[in-house]
Design a protein around this ligand. Structure first.
Ligand code: IDP
Ligand code: MG
Length: 187
């Protein structure tokens, strides 16, 4: 099945100089790179991205991690959009299991991740967990003009191209928060 995924080199991967390694591993697949950007991770973007984990005890620490607070203020990450056959399973295999201690030692997380004493999994990369999340996340991190393929429907609104449905399909873990939707303007 053709799928889209978001890959992020998280702040720990950025400060450890692993961006090139991560990109190399993905270059070895047949997935097509359709978007790349250096993104600043604000608390709002982080909370929206990890919306499904908002009730977890480690949520605050996770937000501090992904915004770079735990890595010397590394507030930028590299974000990539890929598309291709079985992109989710291919990408997740390269990344490894969420918990670096349980990840295959040949995977990126198994090789370079760690569990901190505060219990955060510093696991170097993010890879979308399924195609629905892949769509939601790519729409969150990229505008239609920042990807080189027509991945999802887009419209011109307020003079610029935007995703027709910014949130994408609702996730299985809860509804898209209503307050995060940009207000619809009448033409
Ligand atoms: P995934 O990144 O493998 O898709 P998710 O469950 O979506 O895993 O969790 C997002 C991120 O939250 C993980 O990559 C990891 O950094 C962190 N995380 C998830 N579960 C735990 C946990 O039980 N303890 C600490 N950190 C966690
Ligand atoms: Mg996930």
């Amino acid at each position: 099945m053709n799928e889209c995924i978001l890959l992020i080199v998280k702040p720990d991967g950025m400060v450890k100089g692993l961006a090139g390694h991560v990109l190399r591993r993905f270059e070895e697949t047949d997935l097509k790179l359709v978007g790349a950007r250096l993104a600043r991770v604000t608390r709002e973007l982080a909370a929206t991205h990890y919306h499904h984990l908002r009730d977890k005890p480690f949520f605050d620490e996770l937000i501090r991690f992904i915004t770079g607070e735990l890595h010397g203020g590394q507030d930028t990450v590299l974000a990539f959009a890929y598309t291709g056959e079985d992109a989710v399973s291919k990408g997740r295999a390269i990344a490894g299991a969420t918990n670096p201690e349980e990840a295959d030692y040949r995977s990126i997380r198994g090789s370079f991740g760690r569990v901190t004493t505060k219990g955060v999994f510093e696991n170097v990369v993010h890879v979308s967990s399924d195609a629905i999340e892949g769509e939601r996340e790519i729409k969150l991190w990229f505008s239609p003009d920042q990807v080189t393929a027509d991945l999802f429907p887009a419209v011109v609104r307020d003079g610029r191209r935007q995703w027709t449905d910014p949130g994408g399909p609702k996730t299985r873990t809860g509804p898209w928060p209503e307050e995060k939707r940009p207000p619809r303007t009448r033409v």
